[in-house]
Design a protein around this ligand. Structure first.
Ligand code: GTP
Length: 351
């Protein structure tokens, strides 16, 4: 504080023009030079900082060097300011980023190529499907019935794979609708939904929605194969008398030209597999069922045998459905477009 007072006093005692008392600190704490007191025309600017715009440059504007970004200047600056260590870290990060971009771009490229390869394979398969003449074609209509949640949709999806036709379906009647088409070799299997098929607790169709239910029940007779499905895990843990009645009713009331199969679904949920034998025993004497299958429609266990059985039942007649569905094609196109877009994005970044 004492030193400060001396400095202030010294500054105040100097000749005019009186400098600002704080200017001495600016001298100490900034790089600003003190103006020479004798030079009057410059002393006008004594309080201003140096500004290059006050001076004319002799270089014409179009000859002035254009400022361009050059990485080597940045590297030199990094080296001078932070030393070699930071440069190393920066370089490592850049290399790491580039390596990741390359891996990602490569993975996307491979995915796109594989997709195209699969497309080519499917085109070949499709071509082979296309040459099946009408007189060589076989088809089969399959209805699946069961209580809600029995796993009807999961099984259909598993069997037909991506060929599930959810869009612009050709509806055959108002009471039943194709939910999936499986075309393999010369054989086409159409899976049908059976909406409105309900039983009351007495095991009979509901009366209140009679017309709809009756028409649904009558549609059951249209299929060449009827799959009656139930959730075997639920049957072992929380049996539902309506489901048992439905199974028995379907077994008793068989109709000519229709094969009925009983599918015990969700076997993957049953821990003790010998419990399945108990269930098989329970339904084994029902006369109306041609075959019993134990399956997991979701995981695929036993589905191959069921599919094989259905293929063998196909009748010689032309296919009813176009084996190529819109949904699959549209989904593939969208997927490929997404991959392409991402690929281009990353290739652009690598550049
Ligand atoms: N663990 C197991 N779960 C299954 C299996 N099949 C279906 N599910 C599940 O059971 C539930 C019902 O399956 P869905 O296929 O929708 O049953 P659904 O009979 O079509 O049902 P609704 O449309 O209501 O008539 C879903 O959560 C499925 O994931 C199976 O084999 N194993």
């Amino acid at each position: 504080m004492k030193a400060l007072r001396i400095l202030t006093a010294t500054t105040l005692s100097t000749s005019s023009p009186k400098p600002n008392p704080t200017s001495i600190f600016r001298v100490f704490f900034s790089a600003e030079p003190l103006p020479p007191e004798s030079d009057s025309h410059l002393s006008e600017q004594s309080d201003s900082t140096f500004d290059s715009s006050h001076y004319e440059t002799l270089i014409p504007d179009d000859h002035k060097p254009k400022h361009t970004w050059d990485k080597k200047f940045r590297n030199r600056a990094d080296k001078l300011v932070f030393g070699d260590e930071t440069k190393g870290k920066v370089k490592f990060k850049e290399e790491e980023d580039e390596r990741r971009r390359r891996i990602l771009a490569k993975a996307l490229l491979e995915a796109a190529l594989n997709n195209e390869k699969e497309d080519e394979e499917e085109e070949e398969e499709d071509e082979s499907l296309g040459v099946v003449k009408d007189e060589d074609q076989k088809s089969l209509s399959v209805g699946i019935i069961g209580a809600p949640n029995a796993g009807k949709s999961a099984l259909t999806n598993y069997m037909v794979g991506t060929k599930v036709a959810a869009v612009s379906r050709k509806t055959n009647t108002t009471t039943h609708e194709v939910v999936g088409v499986l075309t393999k070799g010369d054989t086409q299997i159409c899976f049908f939904d059976t909406p409105g098929l309900m039983l009351n607790c007495g095991g009979f169709p509901y009366r209140d929605v009679k017309a709809r239910v009756e028409s649904a029940w009558s549609s059951v007779n249209l299929y060449e194969v009827l799959i009656v499905m139930f959730d075997v895990h639920r049957h072992l843990t929380r049996p539902d008398s309506r489901v048992v009645k439905l199974i028995k009713r379907m077994g008793e009331r068989s109709i000519p030209n229709q094969k009925r199969v009983l599918c015990m679904n969700k076997i993957d949920l049953v821990e003790k597999k010998k419990d399945l034998l108990k269930v098989a025993e329970e339904f084994k004497d029902l006369p109306g069922f041609e075959r019993h299958f134990m399956i997991s429609g979701m995981k695929g266990a036993g589905v191959k045998d069921l599919t094989q059985f259905l293929m063998e039942q196909a009748l010689e007649r032309p296919w009813e459905e176009d084996p190529f569905t819109m949904t699959e094609e549209v989904m593939k196109m969208i997927s490929l477009e997404v991959v392409r877009e991402r690929l281009l994005d990353h290739v652009h970044q690598v550049d």
